[in-house]
Design a binder for this molecule. Sequence first.
Ligand SMILES: C[S@@+](CC[C@H](N)C(=O)[O-])C[C@H]1O[C@@H](n2cnc3c(N)ncnc32)[C@H](O)[C@@H]1O
Ligand SMILES: Nc1nc2[nH]cc(C(=O)O)c2c(=O)[nH]1
Ligand code: SF4
Ligand SMILES: [Mg+2]
Length: 206
Amino acid sequence: MFATLQGEGAHAGRASVFCRFTGCNLWSGREEDRHKAACSFCDTDFIGTDGTGGGRFATPKDLARALSDCWQDEAGDHPGRYVVFTGGEPLLQIDDPLIEAVRAAGFEIAIESNGTIAAPSGIDWICVSPKPASVVTQRSGQELKLVFPQKALPPSLFEEWDFTHFWLQPMDGPDRVANTAAAVAYCLKNPRWRLSLQTHKLIGIP
Ligand SMILES: C[S@@+](CC[C@H](N)C(=O)[O-])C[C@H]1O[C@@H](n2cnc3c(N)ncnc32)[C@H](O)[C@@H]1O
Ligand SMILES: Nc1nc2[nH]cc(C(=O)O)c2c(=O)[nH]1
Ligand code: SF4
Ligand SMILES: [Mg+2]
């Protein structure tokens, strides 16, 4: 759990508390399993609960209190606290009592999800990022953020889905520069798609 600026998508630049759940249903998180994982390009360490601000929280209220402690608002004058639940796959763990407790603490709630599990109600901002060898059940929300390119997942597959924003996010890794050029070229010819850069990586914040 850490305070940072949302780096991606429509809320890039927005002060946020990030809460990264451990565990994912599309990769074990272990390097030796990466080659056989449904999702093999993940840029994130989501194993364990000993990361920055990490831990196990006994009750939804305890987690909500920790989020509140993490939220930095010097003047205390901003009504909207903003939390981004990510992971790993956050929808493996988020439930109604947690949403209720976090809302009661004054947070607007966003998730970053692979979309394989339907989101419960009460989430304000749903970002779905489809992955190969998986079935996306959450086909509506605020943003569809496709890591690009993925051979099995051309952007055209998603254009009828019910999202407000459609993003291409260049796949980070050894081919990042070429992937970025390909995403730019695609957006130029398919203006419904917009480019999402991982701006936090560009400036060296978490
Ligand atoms: C680490 S995932 C966690 C949330 C969820 N499991 C998911 O896949 O959406 C957070 C975001 O990072 C994106 N991402 C993961 N690896 C990436 C990579 N190598 N390059 C660009 N984006 C990546 C995901 O697609 C997702 O939008
Ligand atoms: N700053 C920042 N913005 C992000 N947006 C989505 C992220 C994620 O890993 O889910 C992420 C992240 O890891 N850091
Ligand atoms: S689904 Fe998300 S967390 Fe899981 S391995 Fe893929 S990018 Fe990483
Ligand atoms: Mg990230």
